[in-house]
Design a binder for this molecule. Structure first.
Ligand code: MGD
Ligand code: MGD
Ligand code: SF4
Ligand code: MO
Length: 671
């Protein structure tokens, strides 16, 4: 009988990246425990992290490559799977050029440094423009606003938790999500600490788990965050703005003043449905504290007002002089990326052209928005797709249309760790190493870490069965096509560490050091690097024209709208059927009792929920915490699949191509 051993690692389900000790007996993963002395997560884990053993040994794990023959998927060898895939891709490239081959990188590879990096290199080697990422169905507003206001699309604002006293959360629920582009490990303790020090305001249509710990909650009408921010900016420009800061660091102040001019107290209250006393209390708090810091999340970035709300929230922080100020908001340079030390080239600000089938959907940051993918397939422009760690069938709008399009592809290669709604449609399945089967660094989460920090983990167990690291599968495929997807000096038979070393050595430390120390934190964090190195002339563009124009087009959302919300035990489509701790989240319709009563719906009744794109059937859950006029069904489930209610046919954002996923008009009737 062999002995149990414990391997120090970190969980790679979400951005919190909790430090974990994993107990293993031979190849069996037995248990996961938080590392008490971890300087970033302090022993915390959530049910998802603790479900890693059952996720790792899930009965739906992919073990062997598969290819489709005569309509059915069958097990095969890597040699034959990659050989066949390469032949078909070569043939498609020959007939239609490289753009006919698409790559979609999504949530599952955001936490796989080598896999994600190799996917990008693979795409570059092929020379295809058809590159898609989950960013464009999650949060492009944040990059857009960063780019338009600073010239750099990659600024990540982070609240100063050590010295701040006024914290605002718009459309994010870190107690459940652990943050959106900014990690909140151990969120309950963290929020409690903030409350001890000052005020925490949650602006959300639901009295969320975070709102329940906060000092204040404003139950806002979905899609109207911009009205609250515009009101605050307008009032502060009359009294309470940091004029010295604006003189030094603000450009286009007159245009900003004009843009927010309509947002009187009455107008803001009418649009946002936040009562006037709530708005005035918030304004008084801002004037009293002078400096503040704001976090936003998907509630905001998925709404029709995403860009404008995000812009006015950044502006609020500029008007109060809170950026790069103690107690305000700092910008994360990343430990591995070190944006603060790199030469910086201003972005062009203008989007690239959209793809041929959807010229209205702009290309930005070297990507085509996911909203255009199905059109590209239907038009015959996209004929092969390589999905790396994504599940478009539950994540993309127009579920049935998406499924049809994926079936129409000549090649749908899916690299995943489990069977999903999307692998079922695949022509080739690549069973890749899961998070416990590979060494890693948080390369794509670098700027979302709670400090300027990094982590290293070795593989906890070797890849079981026929599984291979994604990077090796893609490098092998590239070679068969006559390209290289690996940096010089790294061999396809090399180790995870060979590749990680290149990334680690580019940081201020060395890979050897990071590997030795496991968690490295850089203190003190850099100050004023955005003011000094990024902003043109040291000044924020306070009123970018496309955003000012978009502000004028916003309409008040209809009466009953669907909004997104995340649950504790599953992550998008992961852990929806395996469950964490033996329990499952349920994809119910959460609706206010009054909204249910007027529709003759009782608790636990079945309801049909329709948008003008589709209908799903869900069980009613009466929820007094959600404001009247809003209802929510969590996404990620195949039944009900809430993405049937979203569409790319209308409502895609003209500046980013983002799909409307918060604030969709719905009707609800008894089934
Ligand atoms: N447990 C768990 N954690 C996760 C995930 C998961 O599925 N499960 N997913 C991960 C992913 S991919 C992401 S992107 C992050 C997202 O992280 P968050 O953005 O924090 O996501 P949510 O927890 O859904 O919080 C969104 C909040 O926005 C509110 N909301 C909806 N519409 C509006 C609106 O118009 N205005 C305002 N002010 N609020 C609105 C909702 O009520 C909800 O409370 O979470 C990550 N973490
Ligand atoms: N209606 C609606 N739609 C939404 C949202 C919403 O709130 N409402 N949220 C949006 C958001 S924020 C996001 S981020 C997207 C998510 O969109 P996707 O990323 O496409 O969807 P996920 O369900 O997160 O898929 C992740 C996949 O990665 C796989 N995976 C897990 N671990 C690994 C690994 O180690 N390697 C590899 N290769 N694969 C792995 C999982 O099994 C899973 O199939 O969905 C978006 N869609
Ligand atoms: S919060 Fe949960 S899912 Fe996220 S890293 Fe920590 S244990 Fe993993
Ligand atoms: Mo996301």
């Amino acid at each position: 009988m062999s002995e149990d051993r414990t391997v120090r690692s970190f969980c790679r389900f979400c951005e919190a990246l909790c430090g974990i000790d994993v107990t293993v007996r031979e190849d069996q993963v037995l248990s996961v425990r938080g590392v008490a002395e971890d300087p970033l997560s302090h022993g915390y884990t959530c049910p998802k992290g603790r479900a890693l053993p059952s996720w790792h040994h899930s009965s739906s794990r992919l073990d062997v490559p598969q290819t489709r023959h005569n309509g059915d998927l069958a097990d095969t060898s890597w040699e034959s799977c990659l050989g066949d895939l390469a032949d078909r891709l070569a043939d498609i490239m020959q007939r239609h050029g490289p753009d006919a081959i698409g790559v979609y990188v999504a949530t599952g590879v955001a936490f796989d440094a080598n896999g994600r990096r190799t996917a990008e290199r693979f795409r570059q080697a092929l020379g295809t423009k058809s590159f898609y990422s989950a960013n464009s169905i999650d949060t492009p507003a944040k990059m857009l606003v960063s780019e338009l206001m600073s010239g750099h699309p990659g600024l990540v604002p982070v609240p100063d938790r050590e010295e701040g006293s006024l914290f605002l959360f718009f459309g994010t629920n870190p107690v459940v999500s652990h943050g959106h582009l900014h990690a909140f490990p151990d969120p309950v303790t963290t929020i409690r600490r903030l409350v001890e020090r000052g005020e925490v305001w949650v602006i959300d249509p639901r009295k969320t788990e975070t709102a329940k710990l906060a000092t204040h909650h404003l139950p806002i009408r979905p899609g109207t965050d911009y009205a609250v921010a515009a009101f605050l900016v307008r009032a502060l420009l009359q009294e309470g703005a940091n004029r010295a800061y604006l003189n030094d660091h603000g450009d286009q102040l007159d245009t900003l003043e004009e843009a927010v001019h309509p947002f009187t107290l009455e107008e803001a209250a009418a649009r946002s449905a936040v009562n006037e006393s709530g708005l005035m209390n918030l304004l008084e708090s801002v004037r009293r504290h002078q400096t503040l810091t704001v976090q936003t999340g998907t509630g905001l970035t998925m709404s029709a007002a995403a860009n404008v709300s995000e812009w006015l929230i950044w502006t609020l922080q500029a008007v109060t002089g809170s950026f790069e100020q103690a107690g305000g908001t700092w910008f994360h340079p990343g430990y591995l990326k070190r944006l603060d030390t790199r030469p910086f080239e201003p972005a062009s600000l203008a989007p690239g052209p959209g793809p041929d089938s959807r010229p209205d959907v702009p290309g930005r940051w070297g990507e085509i928005p996911c909203a255009a993918m199905v059109d590209e397939i239907e038009a015959g422009n996209l004929r092969a797709l390589i999905v790396c760690g994504g599940n478009p069938i539950t994540a993309f709008p127009d579920t049935e249309r998406t499924a049809k399009a994926l079936e129409q592809l000549e090649v749908l290669a899916v690299a995943d760790v489990v069977t999903t709604e999307t692998t079922r449609l695949a022509s080739h399945i690549l069973p890749v190493a899961g998070q416990l089967e590979r060494a890693d660094l948080p390369l794509y989460i670098d700027q979302f870490m709670p400090a300027v920090a990094t982590r290293y983990t070795e593989a906890v167990v070797p890849p079981a069965a026929e599984r291979r690291p994604l990077w090796r599968a893609l490098a092998d495929l590239a070679m068969r096509l006559g390209y290289s997807a690996l940096p010089d000096g790294v061999d396809v038979d090399g180790t995870d560490d060979d590749l990680l070393a290149i990334v680690g050595d580019r940081s201020t430390g060395t890979f050897a050091q990071i590997r030795e120390q496991r968690v490295v934190i850089d203190r003190p964090r850099p100050t004023a690097w955005v003011h000094n190195h990024v902003l043109p002339g040291g000044k924020w563009r306070l009123a970018p024209k496309p955003l000012v124009q978009q502000l004028a087009t916003l309409e008040t959302p209809p009466d009953l709208v669907l909004i997104p919300h995340r649950q504790v035990r599953h992550l998008n489509s992961m852990l929806t059927t395996d469950g964490a701790g033996g329990k499952l989240d349920l994809p119910d319709l959460f609706i206010h009792p009054q909204d249910a009563a007027t529709r003759l719906l009782n608790d636990a009744a079945e309801a049909d929920v329709s948008s003008d794109t589709g209908t799903v059937r869900a069980r009613v859950r009466l929820d007094p915490d959600i404001r009247q006029g809003s209802a929510t069904i969590p996404h990620g489930f195949s039944d009900p699949n809430v993405s049937k209610l979203t569409t790319t046919r209308r409502d895609t954002d003209p500046l980013t191509g983002m799909v409307l996923q918060s604030g969709i008009a719905i009707t609800v009737v008894p089934a």
